[in-house]
Each structure stands twice: as C-alpha cells, then as structure tokens.
Ligand binder design. Sequence first.
Ligand SMILES: [Zn+2]
Length: 320
Amino acid sequence: MSHPTLESRKLLNIRALVDEALCFQAIREVRWPDGVVRCPHCHSAQVVKYGTDETHRHRQKYRCKACPCYFDDLTNTVLKGRHQSIVIWVLCLYFMGLNLSNRQIAQELDLNKDVVQKMTYQLRRAVAEQKPKARLGGEVECDEVYVIAGHKGHPSAVMKQGRKGRRNRLKGARGRGTLEGEKPPILGMIQRGGEVAIHMLADVKQKTIAPLIEATIAPGSQVYTDEYNIYDRLTEWGYRHKTVCHSRGEYARDEDGDGFHEVHVNTMEGFWSLLRSWLRPHRGISQENLPLYLGFFEFVHNAKKRGKGLLDSLLPLLLT
Ligand SMILES: [Zn+2]
C-alpha cells in the first residue's frame, strides 16, 4: 500500500513559526540593555522614534537629534540587510549553531543555496572578527594539525602528518602542510578546563607561532606540547614547558610521581576530534574561508552552549 507523498515544505513553514515582532523586541533588548536607544553614530541618547520600515513593519526607525541622522534597530550590524527578514537571519544563525551545512539551511528555509551561502558567509565572518580573543593561563596545551582545504575543497580530513609516530597520521599523506599546498596547518592552544584558541598558519615555524602564543597565553603558564621543535623556545618566551615524547610511543607521563599523568596533549587531541566532526558536514571550504569556520567553531566551543542557548551568546556579539 503506498501513501501519497506529502510536500512537507508546504505543510511546515518554519519561517512562519517565528514571531517577527518578538525578534525585534529581543534585538532591541540585546542592543540597548538599559532600554535607552542610542545613536550608533554619535552615541547620543537624544533619539526619537521615526516610524517603522515599509517592508519590515516591526523594524523601528529613529532620528538622532544630536548628529542629526536616521537609523533603525539594525543599523551598523551584520543583520542590517533589508533583503531578508530578521526571522530568516535569526533562523539562519540558529541553524549555523546546530552546524547545518548551507545546503541543509537552504532546504529548511526554502531558500536558494547561493542566498544562504552569502548570509552564512557574512554571519561567520562577523563572528570570527568580533569574537573575544581567548586568554589562556594555568595549564595550557599546544598542538597543531593539518586540514585539507584547497581550491577543490574537501575539509573533512583533519590530520596529523609528516611527523613520525603520530597516532592519527593518515596513510598516504606526506609532507608538512603549508598554505601553498592544500593542507594548511592549524595551531591550537587550549587551557585545561578552559577556553580554546585556534589559528590557521601560513607555515609551521617558531617565528610564526611565537606572536600567537604570546598574545594568547599568560606569561609563566605551564605549557604542554609534544617534542616538535617549533615549541623548543617556549622557556625562552617566558613559559614553563614540558613535552610528551610521541616518537617514543609516549602519550602521557607522570613526571612528579604523584600518580597523575599530567604531561600530555590529550585535551588538545580531543578538541581536534571535535573540530573534525564539526567540519565534516561542510563540503568545499576554501583556504580563504577556513579561518572563518575556525573562528566560528572557536566561539561556539568557548560559549559552551548549543541550540537556542547559543543565540544568547551569538546575538549580543553581533549586535553590540
Ligand atoms: Zn547621532
């Protein structure tokens, strides 16, 4: 017995389930938390309401008496585009937080994939650029991996390579990654029990990683790495440094003899596995876009929230 196929797109219009008026109300509360609307240009509070947008009737317009100028709820934010409704923007951001691909988001919102690609690019770039810089201290692990991302794009592989004795080295992948190739290196720094910072590197050299490490990790912190020579000068750079010797088959060492195997980079290794899963749904990430994906995931990981809860962190970042 066969059932007639339901056209679920007609049955379920997700966009209609979100209330545009409530969206704008939430946006105003995030943007002006004390309830005082301020001019985005001169920050004056001498502002009067000035009608609403013709197309998006819940989008409030204002006039600043100090500048003088006109603005609205979304002026000077990444959500300012008037081509899509705020409901579409917020749902797009929500789906990005759930790590849907552009193709999946296009399907859920009944939009063209190119339109969605443009929106997610803008949102991802804004998050990557505006996210707070991670500041790490205490016990920090540093490590690097290589992501396949090139012109053809195929980012699903996050790998260790070109170094003897690495557990997750992939067969057939040789040579250290460079930006010129299709395997850009990624430097990761993670505080045990704390935040992570990840950066795409132009190359794997001491002079490339030194400024990143110094800008991220507090001087005097205990830093754990493997024996790779790019980390050789950490003591010189003002850190306490211990290495685990992967090439001797060692993955954790109890150096002070207290029963805890504290010398390891397993927290970083665990993060690489999360990153690998996060990138998997996205096909065709170019090297130009990879830093945006990394920045977005760094923010998501450090926010320690998913789904609706993540919007509570994403919206303030994009609106203030
Ligand atoms: Zn003004």
